[in-house]
Design a protein around this ligand. Structure first.
Ligand SMILES: *Cc1c(COP(=O)(O)O)cnc(C)c1O
Length: 356
């Protein structure tokens, strides 16, 4: 049976990126060896990482002065590397969910942290508005897409202090004005590639301003200097990331991705809003187009498990909501075809017809 992959991460990837990775694992560039078996310092692998950097710069129109790095440790290591490299005395954080909170917790190890606003009062179901940033903050940290609760900031706002964004789950889903950010980072495994590689886009002249000593591996300048090869990088993951970026480019770039992602999200949100049985969990003006969270209305709550089983029997995968929200979450990342969204909606309509 055809599977419709709504996993939140790791998640669906373009089929072509998977096929090309499989080929490179068996015989890389026709050299008679697997990409798993060659040196990261070989000319063949150097070409892969160079192309990945070039494609990232091209698809996101990254301006001069920024470096693209591929590191290990996930977005979670960035929660600590960011304050290590940027926080002198005070940092500001916008608390919009679990990931934002985890980032904020690490920053507290390095200095004073101001929470400019939090949506924790309503279980992170909205993006706070009307907050201000202390002008003496070394930076403001935001999480553009709240993967667990399904809210998203889809604009690049002006900020008086350097802006740093965790874009783990919405990178490549829209054009970004990179010039507004001091740094953008994320785990690749939500929309950019497989697990095991972390992307960092950093403005080089923002570095070197903290007074503390930074351990070599945790200093962005080390990785800039060594072209992400201070130590052995996750080679095959970078290969798949490169293939994913190539697919994004060939599909028409991030503008096209945004168009497709908006269409998928609209289709599903409209179905939720028109349903007797289901209801969205987030405020409408904060809705994410990447992670769409919904539950059953109070009077149907006891049917959630039955719907899960029904959807599973129709090939739906990964629609269980995060335990802190419950209900359902459909992640509609770039590689998910609109037909899968329609298949989920058909499930919802058929289930509602027989059970409401
Ligand atoms: C998944 C996720 C993370 C954590 O990423 P890891 O690579 O597992 O450390 C951080 N931030 C956001 C927004 C995420 O969705």
């Amino acid at each position: 049976m055809k599977k419709h992959n709504f996993n939140a991460g790791p998640c669906i990837l373009p089929r072509i990126a998977i096929e090309n990775t499989a080929k490179a694992v068996l015989d890389f560039n026709g050299i008679g060896m697997s990409i798993l078996e060659i040196s990261h310092r070989s000319k063949d692998f150097q070409a892969v990482i160079d192309e990945a950097v070039a494609l990232f710069k091209e698809v996101l129109a990254i301006p001069e002065g920024y470096q693209v790095l591929f590191l290990g440790g996930g977005a979670s290591l960035q929660f600590c590397m960011v304050p290590f490299n940027f926080l002198n005395k005070k940092a500001a954080y916008l608390e919009t969910g679990v990931w934002a909170k985890k980032a904020l917790k690490e920053a507290k190890l390095f200095g004073e942290v101001v929470t400019v606003a939090s949506s924790g009062d309503k279980n992170y179901t909205y993006i706070p508005k009307g907050w201000t940033v202390p002008e003496d903050a070394d930076y403001l940290h935001i999480t553009t897409n709240n993967t667990i609760y399904g809210t998203e900031i889809r604009e690049d706002f002006d900020c008086k202090v350097p802006l740093i964004a965790d874009m783990s789950s919405d990178i490549l889903s829209r054009p970004v004005d990179v010039s507004k950010y001091a740094m953008i980072y994320g785990g690749a495994q939500k929309n950019a590639g497989p697990a095991g590689v972390t992307f960092v886009i950093v403005k080089e002249d923002m570095l070197g301003k903290v007074e503390r000593v930074i351990p070599t591996m945790l200093d962005y300048r080390t990785h800039i200097k060594e072209g992400s090869m201070f130590n052995t990088p996750p080679c095959v993951n970078i290969y798949t990331l490169k293939e994913t970026l190539k697919w994004v480019k060939e599909m028409g770039g991030v503008k096209k991705m945004e168009e497709l992602d908006l269409a998928k999200a609209k289709l599903l949100y409209d179905a939720i809003d028109n349903s007797k049985m289901f209801v969205g969990t987030t405020e409408k003006d904060s809705r994410s187009i990447m992670n769409i969270c919904f539950v059953m209305k109070e009077q149907y709550k006891d049917k959630e498990d039955a719907f899960m089983e029904f959807a599973k029997s129709r090939g739906m995968v990964g629609i269980k909501g995060h335990r802190s929200v419950g209900g359902f979450r459909a992640s509609t990342y770039n590689a998910l075809p609109i037909e899968s969204v329609q298949a989920l909606i058909d499930c919802m309509i058929d289930f509602e017809r027989d059970n409401a």
